[in-house]
Ligand binder design. Structure first.
Ligand code: SF4
Length: 260
């Protein structure tokens, strides 16, 4: 899940340029240390929060939530989902049959509500027309197949496709978002250029196909970005990663720590 929105320009030169240096990527040992620190700070997260009770509706809710949270906070997406629930518009048939204006009004709390209503309807109609109305049919198979199917739907980009693949289909992939770019650039651990596929491939290879851990990694990065490593005024003095964080140590006027 991205609860992030788009990364705004930060205060470092690297953040302003939106690029990472050409350098060796972080080792597995360094990544493990970062993961442990995040886990100890925030505890297990194990996403994705849903209100629905039956498994297929839960998966649909995750798909809709992944679309609704594009470029907005999770709070807005959750409010939109609650309105869909209350209006009993939480099935592909109901979404497809709803007028676009009425749907837009229901998802208004998620922002960009007209385009998001269109995206939800595009998703619902694809499930109905190409997968017999079954979200589970859309989400069946290997991660790469599911991802390709999702990316073929208008309104679903790589981050949304990976969120759905990981959290709804429970297949291994890594979700890259603004929080991930920010955290790894500030730690000076960017695995290469700030490009979605570079980050995704690197972390997927480094973490491996453990869905539980991939789930936890993304959730912890988001939680840390929301609560500690904030875009403006990060809480570096309280951060468990300060020891190894280039940005944080510079912010606090401390000598550079060890990277590995
Ligand atoms: S020390 Fe500061 S900049 Fe570094 S990860 Fe922690 S909060 Fe972010």
């Amino acid at each position: 899940m991205s609860t992030s929105g788009r990364l705004q320009p930060g205060r470092t030169g690297r953040e302003r340029r939106g690029v990472s240096p050409a350098r060796r990527p972080p080792s597995g040992r360094v990544l493990e240390a970062v993961y442990r620190a995040l886990l100890e700070t925030h505890g297990p997260q194990q996403w994705w929060p849903t209100a629905a009770e039956d498994p297929e509706t839960k998966r649909l809710e995750i798909c809709l939530g992944a679309i609704l949270t594009q470029n907005t906070s999770w709070r807005g997406a959750a409010a939109a989902l609650a309105r869909l629930h209350a209006a009993e518009v939480l099935s592909c048939a109901a979404i497809a049959e709803c007028s676009t204006d009425a749907l837009a009004d229901l998802v208004r709390p998620s922002g960009h509500f007209r385009v998001k209503a269109r995206k939800l309807q595009e998703f619902a109609r694809t499930v109905i027309e190409a997968y017999g109305g079954s979200v589970d049919a859309l989400l069946a198979g290997e991660a790469s197949e599911i991802r390709e199917r999702l990316l073929a739907i208008w309104g679903i980009g790589p981050e949304t496709a990976d969120a759905i693949t990981l959290y709804a289909a429970r297949r291994p992939t890594f979700v890259v978002d603004a929080y991930a770019y920010r955290l790894f650039e500030r730690l000076d651990l960017a695995p290469g250029e700030r490009r979605y596929d570079v980050y995704r491939r690197f972390f997927l290879d480094a973490i491996g196909p453990d869905v539980w851990r991939l789930n936890e990694w993304h959730a912890l990065i988001v939680r840390h970005g929301q609560r500690v490593c904030r875009r403006l005024s990060p809480l570096c003095g309280e951060c468990a990663l300060l020891e190894r964080c280039v940005f944080g140590r510079a912010e606090l006027g401390l000598p550079r720590g060890a990277r590995a």
